[in-house]
Ligand binder design. Structure first.
Ligand code: ADP
Length: 167
């Protein structure tokens, strides 16, 4: 049984993340999306909100669980019985940090493998930060995130007329 963790902040989840989730499900028997509860990062959404948004957006998939975690990723992997971690690579700029993290994790626990999936070209530019920046100035984020997330982002920014737009 290959149980794989896809960890991240997901503040909020985007189509880029969802593409990595869908493709990970082709190589894992079971996928655990690990939502990092990191107060130092001052996320826009609480960890419970981020978990709920991913659950709503992945209802069509089976063999997937969404769980909050804090502390070391390798400890979360051991706790959940996972033997691999999947990360997405968008561009060369992601590479240096991701390489360092995967090597650090390999020293902390050599039994946990890190696997990289390269972003689809159509999502290579996309990040949670870009979604928030565009939404803050009332831009259209429907090409970046699913409808449930679009609504919650505009509700969070108190832009009611934008949240109601597609009702
Ligand atoms: P972090 O874990 O660094 O806080 P995120 O929550 O945004 O960052 O991302 C979680 C994982 O998803 C990372 O491996 C990141 O590289 C990957 N990712 C983010 N956006 C995309 C995208 N548009 N396409 C593919 N992978 C992505």
């Amino acid at each position: 049984m290959k149980r794989v963790i896809y960890p991240g902040s997901f503040d909020p989840v985007t189509f880029g993340h969802l593409d990595i989730i869908e493709r990970s499900l082709n190589i894992a028997d079971e996928l655990i999306v690990g939502v990092l509860n990191n107060s130092a990062k001052h996320p826009l959404f609480s960890v419970d909100e981020r978990v709920a948004m991913i659950e709503e957006a992945t209802r069509q998939f089976s063999h997937i669980k969404v769980e909050a975690f804090d502390g070391l990723l390798v400890d979360f992997a051991v706790k959940t019985g996972a033997n691999a971690v999947v990360r997405g690579l968008r561009a060369i700029t992601d590479f240096e940090y991701e390489l360092q993290m995967s090597q650090t994790n390999a020293v902390l626990n050599p039994n946990i493998e890190t696997v990289f999936l390269t972003s689809k070209l159509q999502y290579a530019y996309l990040s949670s930060s870009i979604v928030k920046e565009v939404a803050l100035v009332k831009g259209d984020i429907s090409k970046f995130v699913p409808e449930n997330v679009r609504k919650r982002v505009f509700e969070k920014f108190n832009l009611k007329e934008r949240a109601d737009e597609q009702d």
